[in-house]
Design a protein around this ligand. Structure first.
Ligand code: SAM
Length: 246
């Protein structure tokens, strides 16, 4: 085990996660392919090996630091880009059935390649807008856990992501610095999408690599038929209470 792997394993052990040699090998292949494909398409601004392990891999796994993943079966990662947080979670917890949704075809192509290279089973990569994918009966109101990192602000994310979660399922939005303003602005969208805020978990990346917050939301009922609205509208006209002026 080299120094980067040693420190990665040690950091994970602090969260009671034991990583095996074969999983480290999968992370290493993922790292190499990410950097190689990044030469021909825009996948990540971070390419230095140790930084990728901390800012992408460890950060992605942080979702599992505060909740047990063993009772979780199905995960949908919306706007996964180069695979974060979905692929690191799948490597660490191979029992997961992972569905990835991204609107960029090239990135879905990269992810299909990664799934094959790493020999992952139970991963479905869907090319399309979340607004359209959430209308597919096999994806709607169906997942134990939905994740999204660096996709949009919370009031938009709620409309893109919550339709995938089943009743009593969870949605975890991965955010950077203090998200309290975003959370306030998202109150109406939460009600509209039949969900409630459970907690906000503050985290610090190792080696002073930054502050993170996980916004944990529980789905309380089925998605109303009118949501999500047509593709593009959640971003263009985020759900919020319209105040009429007289
Ligand atoms: N989650 C990854 C990460 O943390 O590195 C990628 C973040 S990247 C900034 C945002 C991704 O969301 C892009 O790959 C983009 O194609 C995807 N995306 C944005 N809006 C989307 C939508 N409405 N439906 C599906 N994917 C979307």
């Amino acid at each position: 085990m080299d120094k980067v792997h040693e420190s990665f394993a040690k950091l994970l052990s602090q969260h009671s996660l034991a990583i095996e040699t074969q999983q480290l090998a999968q992370f290493e292949t993922y790292y190499r392919e990410l950097v190689a494909w990044n030469e021909k398409m825009n996948l990540t601004g971070i390419t230095e090996r140790e930084q990728v392990y901390i800012k992408h891999f460890y950060d992605s796994l942080s979702v599992s630091f505060f909740m047990s993943f063993y009772p979780i079966y199905s995960v949908a990662d919306i706007g996964s880009g180069a695979g974060f947080p979905g692929i690191p979670l799948k490597i660490m917890f191979p029992h997961l059935q992972l569905t990835i949704v991204d609107s960029l075809k090239k990135r879905i192509g990269f992810l299909q390649h990664i799934v094959q290279e790493l020999g992952l089973h139970g991963v479905t990569c869907v090319h399309g807008r979340a607004e359209d994918a959430a209308r597919l009966p096999q994806l709607r109101d169906n997942f134990d856990l939905v994740t999204a990192r660096a996709v949009a602000k919370l009031q938009v994310l709620n409309e893109l992501c919550l339709p995938f979660a089943k009743k009593d399922g969870m949605f975890v939005a991965m955010k950077g610095a203090d998200p309290s303003q975003e959370i306030d602005a998202a109150a109406f969208s939460l009600r509209e999408l039949r969900a409630e805020l459970t907690k906000v978990v503050p985290l610090q990346l190792p080696m002073d690599e930054g502050e993170r917050h996980l916004i944990v939301i529980r789905k309380t009922g089925s998605t109303p038929a009118r949501y999500p609205r047509k593709a593009g509208l959640p971003l263009k006209e985020p759900l919020e209470v319209k105040v009429k002026s007289f």
